[in-house]
Design a protein around this ligand. Structure first.
Ligand code: PA5
Length: 426
């Protein structure tokens, strides 16, 4: 379902040189024998997800859809980015759908939270609080504030029916709280880390609440799980992409710019950055993942890409067919001089922008461009895509000899912050 085009990468790559390494790492992944091996639950997550589990998620999602105007999804990092990326990719940015999904718990900004409080206080809202550890400060503070607001608004008993908690099966303060209050609980399996959790209830419940078909979404992931198993680079697009990423890093292209031509994929870029940034940025190694939306950012970053310091390569996710066509109208006076495009679809214009940019960046500027192509943007392709990136990520990180599934560096800011906040033990 994904085609990978490596014809615009400036230099020729000898995949054969990588064959043995990739074969060995593939075995390490399959036999779960590498660093972080207790976090490989995502590998079989799509096929391990039972119909009954999906039915249970859909049952609660239907309840939310019928009874509430807004669902507040409270989480940070892997506990919200997959859901956000999916909901925006499928529903778009301005869909007038009930319930509206609003994300909280991903910052300490009082202005942002105040804005959300003002927006929801006179509306019917539910909360899905998501935290694997159950102790993440951004999430916990936001949840406390909105739980209080809800309890004041509808009373403690009604509030309990409007709060859904997604957390670990056995530990953490969110689990304790959820048990005590009797909230509906969803479990994030202990062997799946946050950024690999979009196919668990962490992603599936909010995605289902947004009216998206999670069965088709999981089906796409299952396809990827089945197709992306070969250790032969030519037969495994995820591994081919991982090898290309490694190749460019070794050639001092330290940044990977993930590019789409769809505003509804901006949050997919955010998810991409977390997946690769947290998984690979260790031991003074790894690509710095960044993202851009073209043609929007051609009018800002485009100049740098074309003529600035040669520190990056681009990975373009090209969606071949839009879900909707818009034709450019003809006018009698042609004052804006656009009649030469009259009757043409916007997708045609976008395609020429894509082709022209590919040529400008790869041929003229000598910036390597990898093109990942999918036919269209729907639940199935999106499910496939998430799994594809996760599989790429495992291979990429092991090529760098780092553990893809931990994030020790993130603890440093937390320790400092806790010390400054006067938290006990810091
Ligand atoms: O990928 C990860 O593990 C992290 O980004 C976590 O998802 C994030 O820190 C939130 O953690 P938690 O779900 O424990 O609140």
């Amino acid at each position: 379902m994904i085609k990978i085009d490596d014809t615009n990468i400036v230099e020729k790559i000898n995949y054969k040189k990588y064959a043995k390494k990739v074969e060995k790492i593939n075995q390490i992944i399959e036999t779960k024998s590498g660093p972080g091996n207790d976090y490989l639950g995502w590998l079989n997550n799509p096929t391990n997800t039972k119909k009954t589990e999906l039915e249970e998620i859909k049952k609660h999602a239907d309840y939310v859809r019928k009874n509430f105007d807004i669902l507040l999804v409270c989480g940070i990092g892997g506990s919200y980015l997959g859901a956000r990326a999916s909901i925006e990719a499928i529903n778009g940015l301005h869909k007038n759908k009930k319930p509206e999904i609003i994300f909280i718990g991903q910052s300490f900004s009082s202005d942002y939270l105040n804005e959300v409080i003002e927006y929801v206080k006179n509306k019917k809202f539910a909360i899905n609080v998501i935290s694997k550890s159950g102790t993440t400060t951004e999430t916990s503070i936001s949840f406390r504030i909105f739980k209080n607001l809800l309890e004041k608004k509808v009373g403690k008993e009604e509030a309990k029916k409007a709060i859904f908690a997604t957390t670990d099966k056995e530990k953490g303060s969110l689990l304790k709280l959820a048990n005590q209050e009797g909230y509906v609980k969803f479990v994030l399996p202990s062997d799946i880390g946050g950024r690999f959790s979009v196919f668990s209830p962490v992603g599936l419940f909010p995605i289902a609440c947004a009216g998206i078909d999670i069965e088709i979404f999981i089906e796409g992931a299952r396809k990827a799980q089945k197709e992306l198993t070969s250790s032969n680079i030519e037969q495994n697009a995820a591994y081919k992409y991982a090898v290309l990423r490694d190749f460019f890093l070794k050639r001092k292209y330290a940044n990977e710019l993930f590019v789409t031509y769809e505003p509804r994929l901006v949050s997919l870029g955010e998810w991409f950055k977390q997946l690769f940034g947290e998984s690979e940025g260790k031991e003074h190694s790894g690509l710095f993942p960044c993202s851009a939306t073209f043609s929007t950012d051609l009018h800002s970053l485009g100049q740098f890409i074309q003529e600035g310091t040669p520190v990056l390569f681009e990975t373009i996710l090209n969606v071949k067919h839009p879900n909707h066509e818009i034709s450019i109208p003809k006018t009698d006076d042609d004052l804006d001089e656009l009649n030469y495009l009259a009757g043409k679809n916007l997708s045609f214009v976008s395609e020429q922008a894509f082709k022209g940019t590919l040529e400008a960046h790869s041929t003229t500027a000598k910036v390597p461009n990898i093109v990942l192509e999918i036919e269209k943007l729907d639940e199935e392709h999106l499910g496939y895509l998430f799994y594809f990136f996760m599989k790429t990520c495992a291979m990429s990180a092991y090529l760098l000899k780092v553990n893809p599934f931990n994030q020790p560096g993130v603890e440093v800011y937390k320790k400092n912050m806790f010390h400054l906040l006067g938290k006990k033990g810091y």
